[in-house]
Design a protein around this ligand. Sequence first.
Ligand code: NAD
Length: 267
Amino acid sequence: MPQLLTGQKALVTGANSGIGRATAVALGRAGADVVVNYVFGPEAAEEVVEEIRSFGVRAYAHQADVAQEDQVVAMVARMVEEFGTIDVMVANAGLQRDAAIADMTVEQWHKVLDVNLTGQFLCAREAAKEFLRRGVVPEVSRSAGKIICMSSVHQIIPWAGHVNYAASKGGVLMLMQTLAQELAPKGIRVNAVAPGAIRTPINTSAWNTPEAEAALLTLIPYRRVGDPEDIADAVTLLASDLMDYVVGTTLYVDGGMTLFPGFATGG
Ligand code: NAD
């Protein structure tokens, strides 16, 4: 029986850890061939590749720093050579370099903006070029391609001590919406997924002690910390034709964090 993404080719950046890893696996399980991008940690990337191949689809790992234009160009060019094309770009790679504003260095500022925002721009641009070249192939998908930006609830929730990260994700919101507006007439769907608090290495200190987890849960109306699979399933659905009329939207996957739970009893 055909699955949600049978015959589609997907690339996931930052796919050897956390959300990217779970997403690459989920897309493979849904029938897509998958490129597993990583920047450090080839062994972890190979593990993801092996897991994806166990579903009977193709996969390979590709090292590239998403903040480097030549590396992103080469990564997508290789994918077109090996898989023939690209149908789904998941711009997931991201990082934090936290500091209070008085202590934040310009290197910390640039590093986060370079990876989280410029990296998404480069990945979206290279995917869009191939989508525009190829157009719609009706047997594969109703759209000419899908770009899914990994954003964060911090695209709308200010976050003291993380101004570089919050600014990068605020930028992702406008990047996504503007690209969606520009590319929709060409049959390309651009959307974002905005995770709340998900158990991954990026935010270990927020959930790895009972005290930290209890404090975190006060911010989550649904009262559980999310798992990478919660995000992976949302991305898979958004990439599929089940969501073909969803264009320029952010899907918040956050247990209600953006419902401003402090106002449930206050305000
Ligand atoms: P993670 O640290 O487990 O994974 C991030 C991945 O990005 C890693 O594989 C890392 O090596 C990769 N990466 C970093 N710099 C890169 C570069 N220059 N080029 C290529 N890859 C690079 O963290 P995660 O939680 O899985 O984060 C994935 C995405 O989800 C990020 O964009 C993050 O901002 C977003 N996010 C996470 C949470 C959360 O609670 N975990 C919440 C909201 C948004």
